[in-house]
Design a protein around this ligand. Structure first.
Ligand SMILES: [Zn+2]
Length: 352
């Protein structure tokens, strides 16, 4: 499976994401799938998601490297990247080969409407829901942003995506736990969970590649951490951390950007990004302490907009309880996503 996961990382580069599709089966309520990718004009959904909707079951055979679907005609066997579906000794051609994207075996809309509908014994209807439109922010054009605009105009052409790819670094990992809460919960777990939620949102809704520095709980070197951020197409870098304090009262989110004393003031883009993230977090009623420039944040390329988020204090019992909750982690990830989206809207406006 490890190889497969690696393979997916490569496949995802040529992929963009759609907001959602609606699947309807005769005699059944419509279901919405949000984890949808679009590749060369074809929508792909995870086989496991669609099987549930059409009332079929199946499993991944890790020895044969195939996916087996139980049908009343026997096992239907699907092989990744193969153009055929096998049932017993018969082979049936598939228009779009099943592919692994983002860790899941996915099938195309044509496969769902033809082969899968036949296996399920009922027609399946497939409909794209409108992709979510970016929400424009009303940003005051102060001096900082005016200067930023000029820099952007000089640096960028008006073609191509505003943000080509995003890198996320969940702090710590493996033996390096980061800060630890009194109950044993720790920073490396928290940053990984939030990074994972944020990466999924960005991939699905923005349709850009997202490189996460680690894909599990293991040690990585500083070089490995930098590897994702140093990729040529990365235009934005988010680092995730958490803090502790001697005082159990202290709580809230700090946003750190590189020191502004550096030559050519490279943190300008970072400061504007941080301000957008902070605004979006406040809007979703998260407690933001402030945006600070820090000499500690020396990682990365000078001109790459980079913000380190200290997402809370594990030493504050109330905040710790929230940080461990799935809902709160989703709210955090969503607000960071909103902030990035608003920042992209600003960049797009400056290009026009
Ligand atoms: Zn940390």
């Amino acid at each position: 499976m490890r190889f497969v996961l690696l393979l997916c990382c490569f496949l995802i580069f040529s992929t963009t994401a759609f907001a959602a599709v609606e699947i309807t089966m005769r005699g059944q309520q419509a279901a919405v799938i949000e984890d949808v990718y679009r590749q060369q004009g074809v929508s792909y959904v995870a086989l496991e998601d669609i099987l549930k909707i059409v009332n079929l079951t199946g499993h991944w055979d890790s020895v044969a490297h195939t996916y087996r679907i139980r049908t009343n005609r026997g096992w239907a066997v699907l092989t990744p990247a193969s153009g055929y579906l096998r049932i017993g000794d018969s082979f049936y051609p598939i228009q779009d080969k099943p592919v692994f994207i983002d860790g899941r075996l996915r099938v195309s809309e044509s496969f769902i409407q033809s082969q899968l509908a036949q296996l399920a014994g009922r027609p399946v209807f497939f409909r794209h829901l409108e992709p979510q439109q970016p929400v424009a922010t009303e940003t005051q054009r102060d001096g900082l942003e005016a200067l930023f605009d000029r820099l952007l105009r000089r640096a960028e052409s008006s073609r191509g995506p505003v943000i080509r790819a995003i890198a996320i670094d969940p702090g710590h990992g493996g033996l390096d736990t980061g800060v630890i809460a009194p109950d044993g919960y720790n920073e490396k777990l928290l940053t990984f969970e939030v990074a994972d939620r944020l990466a999924r949102l960005l991939r699905m809704r923005l349709g850009v590649p997202v490189y996460v520095s680690r894909s599990g709980d293991y040690d990585i070197s500083l070089d490995q951490r930098l590897e994702s951020a140093l990729r040529e197409d990365v235009d934005l870098w988010i680092l995730l951390h958490a803090q502790t304090s001697f005082s159990p009262e202290v709580r809230g989110i700090d946003l750190l950007v590189r020191d502004e004393d550096e030559p050519l003031n490279p943190s300008l883009g970072s400061m504007v990004l941080a301000q957008h993230l902070s605004d979006a977090m406040k809007k979703s009623e998260l407690e933001v302490r402030g945006v600070y420039s820090s000499s500690l944040l020396s990682l990365g390329r000078g001109i790459l907009p980079t913000v380190q988020l200290e997402i809370g204090y594990l030493s504050n019992p109330d905040e710790l309880r929230q940080l461990r909750q799935e809902n709160y982690q989703n709210r955090l990830a969503q607000s960071v996503f909103d902030g990035i989206q608003n920042y992209i809207t600003l960049l797009r406006e400056t290009r026009q």
